[in-house]
Design a protein around this ligand. Structure first.
Ligand SMILES: [Ca+2]
Ligand SMILES: [Ca+2]
Length: 193
């Protein structure tokens, strides 16, 4: 019986730990939804893996230079666990790569930079953050060499901020399970004697 009560308490604590709301994470693709308007487009990130996929280019036959810096907000009680950036040479490109990726915590963006990746090459770049933030400013690629065309995917992992109340509930539940298991072990040993 105590075992069942312990499990129920653990389930309740885990339930409180779950992220609030049920909105789906952002999955934006410029190829489907249009070019990100530099320094204007804003995404309301949700809990889970949010992905922003697009193409940027330096001034060239592709047309005017295309920057894709976007703004982002996080839900309440959320924190940004990590940012991953994947960059590859795209059709029409000359093999050069965007040489900067920056994310700032808020305005003014240039004095609140939390991620400053110099990319300049093809590949995958990952930054663990564990930051409780309300919003992000200036997330994206910038500073492009002439003639480059890059495809990119930016992945933002949003997780709940750990709640002390849930932890306090969880500890007695775990302790109760441990007590029941120790008691059962003791009973089994006693029966063997
Ligand atoms: Ca674009
Ligand atoms: Ca753009």
């Amino acid at each position: 019986m105590k075992h069942k009560i312990g499990l129920a308490m653990a389930a309740m604590a885990i339930g409180l730990w779950s992220p609030p709301g049920s909105a789906a994470p952002v999955a934006y693709d410029e190829a489907v939804s249009g070019d990100i308007i530099d320094d204007v487009t804003e995404f309301a990130l949700e809990f889970g893996i949010n992905t922003i996929t697009g193409t940027v280019n330096g001034a060239s036959a592709q047309g005017a230079v295309d920057f894709d810096n976007f703004h982002a907000t996080l839900p309440a009680n959320a924190m940004l666990e990590s940012i991953a950036v994947s960059v590859s040479d795209a059709v029409g490109g000359n093999g050069d790569f965007a040489n900067l990726f920056q994310a700032a915590s808020q305005e003014p963006r240039f004095s609140n930079i939390i991620v400053d990746l110099v990319i300049g090459t093809e590949g995958d770049f990952f930054v663990p953050l564990n930051l409780p933030l309300d919003q992000l400013r200036f997330v994206g690629l910038n500073s492009f060499p002439t003639g480059m065309v890059n495809d990119y995917t930016i992945t933002l992992d949003v997780v709940p901020v750990p709640e002390p109340a849930a932890l306090l509930l969880l500890f007695p539940a775990v302790a109760a399970i441990g007590f029941v298991r120790r008691r059962q072990d003791t009973l089994r040993r006693t029966r063997r004697l």
